[in-house]
Design a protein around this ligand. Structure first.
Ligand code: UDX
Length: 429
């Protein structure tokens, strides 16, 4: 048995599983609980239900230290620090759905002096509300906010080498719980930002909203570049060298997606609205992102006229490379819009094939990029998978009915595409 503090992880979705595995790698005994018995069964057999680089190997290496159960009692009996990693999806109103967190709080027992460490992204004020609820119920449970900043596709690396760790605890008994959480991250050796609970919650929402704003900003610059014949890729390089701006998150494309940005921007906008403040900028960030996904349809029509009966190939379906996650992916909106225009949509993704079969009714899922583009009137790069940079352009040119590529992620070498006899159009170039 390890001498390090045992850790409970409640909810082993993507965040929970990465958190559990990485803390196990740091030498802790981990007790995981999820209400999904099928998932727990899978994990007990050593299978990993998500595609995340390095996770399977790390899980195998630490399998002796990670225990899975569907019973909350197994976690409560073995660990004091309980990392809550349940999902908080958006409701129809755009507010975060906190029902899974409510359910966890309802299940907590009283007597063992546990600390609830919130990793799930929650509206500002959730921590204080939970603290109040626990206090009113007479439960001696500390509350700590420890938001996650993991990126899908590099989550293990992000966990082990974060830019910062944020730990929020309010004055009182929580302070020592926050100290205990800070101690867990000491071996990682990164800056640790200690705040009150509400500020920690806001750091998470504001960070994601700011990054989404950066993307919508560069996407609008791209749209203007198209009008004035400037090249957004060059503009981004010139802007990014200014240290105050920085080069990251300045890639123009067909919009951001994923499980976090759309949800968190919307949650912050709603939070502001619910407290009487109209967050003008975030309304625009969301609107720009929605319109950006649809601009591809306009580009296709410019080249092809009506899309009725046209065969359009989508290359990449995941919301970004190195993941099979299609939540809020631009591909979903695009496929639906193209079908609405009467096009026949065929698609290929290196890893999201199974998810795509479930999510994209009416779209023909192909097993290679070449099969997807065969006979197509246009191909659209939706996700910047590195393998699309190596496409055999000569073969593609021959196989397409009409050689046209819309590069939704500005990843291809324009000249090479044109040299192969393919019409090229990027975003803002
Ligand atoms: C994000 C945050 O980065 C992370 O800190 C948080 O914890 C969860 O949300 P993730 O959803 O994994 O992580 O994706 P990220 O790599 O940040 O990209 C989000 C979206 O923005 C993707 O759809 C990506 O294609 C898009 N994007 C990103 C751009 O369109 N342009 C860019 O320059 C960068």
């Amino acid at each position: 048995m390890s001498e390090k503090e045992p850790i409970g992880v409640i909810g082993v979705g993507w965040v929970g599983l990465v958190t559990a595995t990485c803390f196990a790698e740091l030498g802790h005994e981990i007790y995981c609980r999820d209400i999904d018995s099928a998932k727990i069964g899978l994990l007990e057999r050593g299978e990993v239900p998500i595609h995340e680089p390095g996770l399977k190997e790390l899980l195998e290496r630490n399998s002796d230290r990670i225990h899975f159960s569907i019973e909350m009692g197994d976690v409560l009996a073995n660990a004091k620090l309980l990392f809550v990693c349940v999902d908080t999806p958006p409701t129809y109103s755009g507010d975060a759905d906190l029902s899974r967190i409510d359910a966890v709080v309802s299940e907590l027992e009283t007597e063992r002096g546990h600390a609830l460490v919130m990793k799930s992204t929650v509206p500002v004020g959730t921590g204080r509300a939970v603290e109040r609820r626990l206090a009113e119920a007479g439960k001696q449970i500390a509350y700590v906010s420890n938001p996650e900043f993991l990126k899908e596709g590099s989550a293990v690396e992000d966990f082990m080498n974060p830019d910062r760790v944020v730990i929020g605890g309010d004055p009182g008994s929580e302070e020592c719980a926050a100290d205990a959480v800070a101690k867990l991250y000491e071996p990682i050796g990164c800056p640790i930002v200690r705040t009150d609970v509400a500020s920690a919650e806001m750091i998470k929402l504001a960070s994601n909203a700011f990054l989404a704003t950066k993307i919508s900003f560069i996407n609008e610059i791209a749209n203007v570049c198209e009008e004035v014949e400037a090249d957004v890729a060059e503009v981004a390089i010139g802007m990014g060298l200014d240290e105050r701006i920085g080069p990251k998150f300045l890639s123009a494309g067909i919009g951001y997606g994923g499980s976090c940005f759309p949800k968190d921007v919307s949650a912050l906008k709603q939070l502001a609205g619910n407290s009487g403040y109209h967050f003008q900028l975030l309304h625009s960030v969301i609107e720009v992102n929605e319109l950006q996904k649809r601009r591809v349809v306009r580009k296709l029509k410019k080249h092809l006229g009506s899309l009725v009966g046209k065969r359009i190939a989508l290359l990449g379906l995941a919301f970004k490379p190195h993941t099979d996650d299609m939540r809020e992916a631009s591909s979903l909106v695009l496929a639906a819009r193209l079908q609405g225009e009467g096009a026949h949509v065929c698609a290929y993704d290196p890893v999201a094939e199974n998810r795509a079969q479930e999510l994209l009714a009416g779209t023909q899922i192909c097993d290679t990029a070449i099969n997807a583009v065969e006979g197509a009137d246009a191909a659209v790069i939706v996700t910047e998978w590195p393998e699309f940079g190596e496409l055999p352009l000569g073969e593609i040119s021959e196989k397409m009915n009409n050689p046209l590529i819309i590069d939704g992620r500005n990843m291809l070498d324009r000249e090479a595409v044109r040299d192969a006899g393919i019409t090229y159009e990027g975003i803002g170039r």
